[in-house]
Design a binder for this molecule. Structure first.
Ligand code: KG4
Ligand code: ZN
Length: 338
């Protein structure tokens, strides 16, 4: 499958998915292998870092081989190895970084450490073959909620972020409070479809006018207080209504803030990224508002919203083409800024 194309092998182990993928010329997805650990962590109600690391170690070689096999390329035909080096769980990250460095050491192929958040944004390049920076991006994941101006493939300006919980974190915590369990985002998304978004009004937190920052810890407390007071009063809590009310409040704030940012910065393209980009209500509300405002909306294919290695291979491709290269001193960083 090489045909003169530039082949990148991507590796991703930042949290609870062991993933490897092969991308040709930065945009052409040849394989995308994801070995999820969801079933294992469900028993604990969330990701257990030590278990995640051990599982990555067990799965990583098999995933890499499966990605090469499915893409019908040999390691010899790979031109570049890209690996997530942060942010994420440190014990999980080092497994991917060690695997990538071992491959570089054995083959002499160039190596690039990819910032996981740059990877998420890059999932859009795989979904929209003609999309190129600059554009305004909304990043909504388990660890991040950011409004970012993407000036180039390797140049990001963060305009705002969460002051407390990330949106995905809020989904996961609220899901636990209402007994939906892990992973919270998809479970709330599903429950909300059966609920009434107007039955319970949770307060929307917009912070100061003009701010591109977010705060989601308050709404989590509001849900907790609501559930406790209803339970104490002997009333049955309608979980679907709570899920729908919570989701509606968060989605409204996020949508309003990114649309305001686009208006103020005179940007007519919004590119969404991260696990919460899979949320059906967020996709629907953004689509409706962008349509009304004449803004072009880019949503990653649902299969590329949550963690995967295809987005890492894509980001690595562009960083390499713009002149960056790492060496065997590459390290993993739990906290890595945009
Ligand atoms: O981007 P991601 O896979 O990992 C991080 O980089 O954090 O995002 C995971 C987050 C989790 O909090 C998960 O609950 C959330 O994305 N998520 C969703 C949906 N699917 C995943 N949140 C809302 N609705 C969904 N359908
Ligand atoms: Zn992620």
């Amino acid at each position: 499958m090489k045909d003169g194309k530039f082949i990148t092998l991507g590796i991703e182990t930042s949290c609870d998915e062991t993933a490897a993928a092969v991308v040709a010329d930065g945009r052409d997805l040849l394989s995308n292998i994801i070995s999820t650990q969801i079933d294992i962590h469900t028993a604990y109600g969330g990701v257990v870092p030590e278990i995640a690391s051990r599982k990555h170690l067990e799965d990583i070689n098999r995933c890499i081989q499966a990605a090469l096999d499915e893409a019908k390329v040999s390691m010899d035909q790979v031109d570049l190895i890209g690996v997530t080096y942060g942010p994420g769980l440190i014990g999980a990250l080092v497994i991917g970084v060690a695997a990538a460095k071992a491959l570089t050491l054995a083959t002499g192929k160039p190596l690039i450490g990819v910032n996981h958040m740059h990877g998420h944004i890059s999932s859009n390049y795989l979904t929209y073959s003609k999309l190129e920076p600059p554009f305004l991006s909304l990043v909504v994941s388990g660890g991040h909620t950011n409004i970012v101006y993407v000036k180039d493939y390797n140049d990001y300006e963060v305009l705002g972020g969460t002051r407390d919980d990330a949106i995905g974190e809020a989904y996961d915590k609220v899901a636990r409070v209402i007994g939906l369990g892990y992973p919270g985002g998809p479970k709330i998304d599903g429950a909300a479809r059966e609920g009434d978004p107007d039955a319970i009004q949770f307060k929307r937190v917009y912070l100061e006018k003009g701010s591109y920052d977010f705060s989601f810890s308050g709404i989590k407390t509001q849900v907790l207080n609501y559930v406790n007071s209803e339970t104490q009063a002997g009333r049955e809590v309608n979980i679907n209504d709570v899920a729908a009310g919570f989701q509606e409040a968060c989605t409204e704030v996020i949508t309003e803030k990114i649309i305001d940012a686009a208006k103020e910065l005179k940007e007519n393209r919004i590119v969404v990224a991260g696990g919460v980009a899979a949320n059906s209500r967020l996709r629907e509300m953004l689509a409706g508002k962008c349509d009304a405002m004449g803004i072009e909306l880019f949503l990653p294919d649902k299969s590329l919203c949550t963690d995967n290695a295809a987005m890492i291979a894509c980001a690595a491709h562009y960083e390499y083409k713009l002149g960056r290269e790492d060496d065997l001193k590459l390290d993993a960083y739990a906290n890595l800024d945009f």
